[in-house]
Design a protein around this ligand. Sequence first.
Ligand code: MG
Ligand code: ZN
Length: 228
Amino acid sequence: MKIVAAKKILKANDQLAEENRERFTSAGIFGVNIVGSPGSGKTTLLEALFVRLKGRAKPAVIEGDIAGSIDAERIDAMGIPVVQINTEGACHLDANMIAAAARDLDLEGVDLLVVENVGNLVCTAGFDLGEHLRIVVLSVPEGDDKLAKYPAIFQGSDALVITKIDLLPYIKFDVDRVIGDMVRLAPQAEIFQVAAIKGEGMDSLAEWLARKCHAGKRTADNPAPDHS
Ligand code: MG
Ligand code: ZN
């Protein structure tokens, strides 16, 4: 029987992630890793973003799901190059999967590569994919206690997007508590509040992402999450 320590796997992943990042950077591609629970509205957020980024960025997408291609079909319907990864049970993407999926993508002219991770607030936190920026999505129906319960994923993210804020009148969700927790966990992170379908808050999020994309790779004051 072979036993492989989780720490070793993470170390190998970090090395591959660094290679991905260098490849994307030298190709002029800005990588974004979108993480969040199932149903938090990640794909809907991407649809709303891409409409607003038209003419300002040329995106491509890697979709990560345990099964099926529902999300990839939605992105494909927008005419955006997309590859679906089926993890067949695995609850997160890793840098190796991203390297393979990127080879299957036509990245000609692409300057924004968005990875929609498997819906999961737990182990997605530990796997650097080689992105330049990580955005964590939290929807109002999930509750305002998630930062306290799953701190690692929020701690390592560059931005928090609170989605479905149009549901605030119907759900007990303390926005100030969430913002306070995020400021404690990730003081440098940007915080956005959006209702993606109605469009509320989407312009400023798109504006910020376009600026980040053009400014290029992750800088020293915005380092990659530490997995040690
Ligand atoms: Mg999705
Ligand atoms: Zn996992």
